[in-house]
Write a protein that binds this ligand. Structure first.
Ligand SMILES: [Mg+2]
Length: 284
C-alpha cells in the first residue's frame, strides 16, 4: 500500500466503481456511508462512473438518488451509456435513444437466451428470463420497481447456478464456442458476449475522456468480487473493497489498496485518502 509520494502535478482523475458490495451495501443496498467522499469527488469535478452488472433501467433511477450525471457502464461491461447532455463525450453521428447514447460491446439478449435455452437441457440453472417478478424479488431482495428494472436486460442473462462447479467449468467452455462467456457476480452468474467485460469497457471509456481532459486520466477503480478483476487490473489504482461474505479477489495492478471497512464505508475511507493525496499535489 502506498499513501505517500504524490506526483508533482495532479493528473485528471476518473473514478470507476462497481455498485453492489462496493458503493452499495451488499445487504441493504445503501450508499449513505460513502456520501462524504462521493460529494467531495463531485465538488472537485471528478467523474464517478458506475461499472456494474445492473441494467440501464436500474442505473437511471439509482444515478438520480446518487446525484450522479456521469456516463455509466451496464451489464458487466456490455455497453457504455452516455447521457445526451454530455456533449463533449459524443460524436455528431451518435444515435440518441431515450436520452442516452449506448455504445455496445456485448451481444444482444435474444441471441444469449436462445443459446441458454439449448444449454438448459444439459445443465441445471434458473434465469431472470424464466422468473416471474415475484421470483426475482425473492432471489434478490429488491423492491418491486427495482426488480422490474433488473428484468430489463439487453445484453446479459443472470443465472442462479444449481449444478456443480465442475459442470460450471464445462458450461463455460461451451459458451466460449458460441462467442459468449460467464462471470460470477455477488449472487448470480452472468452470461454475456465474449467481448464484454468491465475492463474492456473501462479502456474504451478512458479513450472517450482523453480528448476532453487533454491527457490520459489517472483511473481509480473500486470493486469487491471476481467480476471486477478485469476492471481493477485496467486501472492505475485498484481498490479492493472488503466484503464480509467472501474472500477478496486476487488483483495484479500498479497499486492495489485493500479497504479495511466493507462496502460503502470502505469506499468512503479509501477515496478520502486518495483525494487527500492528489488534491494536496494540486496545491503545490
Ligand atoms: Mg460487487
Amino acid at each position: 500500500m502506498t499513501y505517500s509520494n504524490p506526483q508533482q502535478t495532479a493528473p485528471p482523475l476518473l473514478i470507476v466503481t462497481d455498485l453492489d458490495g462496493t458503493l452499495l451495501d451488499h445487504d441493504s443496498y445503501s450508499f449513505a456511508p460513502a456520501r462524504p467522499a462521493l460529494e467531495r469527488a463531485y465538488a472537485a469535478g471528478i467523474p464517478v462512473i458506475a461499472n456494474t452488472s445492473k441494467t440501464r433501467a436500474e442505473l437511471i433511477d439509482l444515478r438520480a438518488s446518487l446525484g450522479n450525471s456521469d456516463p455509466f457502464i451496464i451489464e458487466n461491461g456490455s455497453a457504455i451509456c452516455i447521457p445526451e447532455q454530455q456533449i463533449h463525450l459524443r460524436r455528431d453521428d451518435d444515435r440518441i435513444d431515450e436520452g442516452y447514447i449506448e455504445l455496445p460491446l456485448g451481444v444482444g439478449i435474444d441471441e444469449i437466451r436462445s443459446q441458454l435455452t439449448r444449454l438448459s437441457r444439459e445443465y441445471r440453472f434458473e434465469s431472470f428470463g424464466q422468473w416471474s417478478l415475484e421470483q426475482v424479488i425473492t432471489h434478490t431482495g429488491l423492491s418491486p420497481d427495482a426488480a422490474r428494472q433488473a428484468q430489463e436486460r439487453r445484453y446479459s442473462e443472470a443465472l442462479l447456478w444449481l449444478d456443480s462447479d465442475a459442470r460450471q467449468r464445462q458450461f463455460s467452455r461451451e459458451l466460449a464456442t458460441q462467442g459468449l462467456h460467464c462471470l460470477q457476480g455477488g449472487r448470480f452468474l452472468s452470461v454475456l458476449g465474449a467481448e464484454a467485460d468491465k475492463g474492456r469497457a473501462l479502456e474504451r471509456l478512458k479513450n472517450l475522456y482523453r480528448p476532453l481532459l487533454g491527457e490520459t486520466p489517472l483511473v481509480i477503480a473500486l470493486g469487491d468480487s471476481d467480476n471486477d478483476v478485469a476492471m481493477l487490473e485496467a486501472a492505475d489504482i485498484a481498490v479492493v473493497i472488503a466484503n464480509p461474505h467472501r474472500p477478496a479477489p486476487v488483483v495484479h495492478a500498479n497499486e492495489v489498496i485493500y479497504s479495511q471497512a466493507a462496502g460503502p464505508a470502505g469506499w468512503n475511507n479509501v477515496i478520502q485518502v486518495l483525494l487527500d493525496r492528489y488534491q494536496a499535489a494540486e496545491k503545490r
